[in-house]
Design a protein around this ligand. Sequence first.
Ligand SMILES: Cc1cc2nc3c(=O)[nH]c(=O)nc-3n(C[C@H](O)[C@H](O)[C@H](O)COP(=O)(O)OP(=O)(O)OC[C@H]3O[C@@H](n4cnc5c(N)ncnc54)[C@H](O)[C@@H]3O)c2cc1C
Length: 494
Amino acid sequence: MPSASDASPAPNAGPPAAAPAERRPVEQACFWMATRRRPADPPLSGRREADVAIVGAGFTGLWTALFLKALDPGREVTVLEQGMAAYGASGRNAGMLGECLDHSHALAVAHFGREEARRLAALGRENTDGLLRFLTRHGVDCDVERTGQLYVALSAGQFDELREAAEAAWSLGMPHYRLLDREAVRAELRCERYHGALYNPHCGILNPVKLVEGLKREAERRGVAFFERTRVTALEPGRDLVRLRTLSSAPGGEAEAGAPLRGEIAARRVVLATNAHTHLIFPRLLKRYIPLYDYILVSEPLTAEQQGRIGWRNRQSVTDARAFFKYYRLTADNRILWGTSEAAYYPGNRVDRSCDHSERHYAELRASFRRHFPALGDLRFPYAWGGAICSTTRFTPFFGTAHRGRVLYGLGYTGHGIASTHLAGQILAHLTLEKPSPLLDLKMVRRKPFPYPPEPLRGLAVRLVSRALRRVDAGGKPGLLLRLLDAMGIGLSS
Ligand SMILES: Cc1cc2nc3c(=O)[nH]c(=O)nc-3n(C[C@H](O)[C@H](O)[C@H](O)COP(=O)(O)OP(=O)(O)OC[C@H]3O[C@@H](n4cnc5c(N)ncnc54)[C@H](O)[C@@H]3O)c2cc1C
């Protein structure tokens, strides 16, 4: 269980303080946030109107604002954010830019059929290129490097699965995936545990908080108004307008110590870009997703001598082929970011500061790092934090409208949102303005994912599925439960 952090939040925190990471507020414990230097924007107070109000200044909210302005520069767009921009998953992620819109091409076939999977594969590729073109055209500096990604096999069985994954990608018109045998992958990154890898040269790495800051600046240049430290507490749909009530919050989004400022915004359309937090203001969507916390460590910078012990000259991002996988990459200043997908579910769908740290996960991450790279057993990890992933049973986001089209939403990227939020922003902007787009025809947009059970079954289901997946990761065959989920089209290998 996490050690609850009740320390007062600190915006723009400087270098890591002496306190252990797990006792520091996320603004200091998260490497990306701790190295940001700007004060929070003022909160909303009093009344205001907007054509479109967007709740949430993560990637979804920002791309939606930018695409709204691209489609209709005259629209008044206002973004409300409870913390500072990037307070949610967009500021806490690993910064690994993918190109696949599903978790894998094989899953896209299983979930949407071969033709749609082929379309998604091409769209994913164009989407990542489009995102990178935007960054170049507008000079958004977020330390982006197109290093490619290695999917590494930790057993011979996993290498067979990677070969199948390569065949699935090739069959969908993605010839750039390359299989690397044991020697080839170890020549890239010296880890005795690797049996081979699948390499996708199109992927990349970036600094997610710098990306958010760059998108926010671009949106401001186009006239989008931002209010940070502004928590939306109620959403009241009327005949023509939706009213959002707000309270000013501390920089991390939680209740302010003194008397909070009250605000209200009346908007013709409201876009919920609140991802894993959505149920806190719009509970009806909770059946379609589950909030799960992933945890990450970031090391001190590697010296040239330390890097020499492990290679990694080509700086690829890495993820292994287990159901509960580790993912890792180098930062621009050569630190190792080491994360785990062995996520925690907190009963009652809890998403708050008390979940930001988990000593159990940190201890496991440190141990697994030493197992992979004993040559760096002396490396210290001064940054450690968690963040909420918004998972769906089909691993892709979902979209929709409520209250006669006045409230719109897009969420559920299941840990893969850096690229797909760029697509989601286009989808949400077109839905909001009721403009036609071929994107609205995607099955991912037209269909909702299979629901999760409510509590108390939800917690039990997570425990049972996690246990079954751990057995498979340890080399066992999928048991009855996993086979049943696969047959229903909602399993990890359906
Ligand atoms: C640990 C971790 C690692 C990840 N690694 C990767 C990766 O390497 N590659 C990748 O592609 N994806 C990764 N992801 C997933 C990716 O970060 C997300 O899919 C993406 O950031 C979602 O963006 P978003 O804008 O929809 O949500 P968020 O970034 O969560 O934004 C939602 C925003 O809404 C705000 N908000 C919520 N409620 C309110 C309210 N009531 N009032 C005002 N504001 C509110 C929140 O403060 C938050 O800023 C990772 C996620 C995590 C947690």
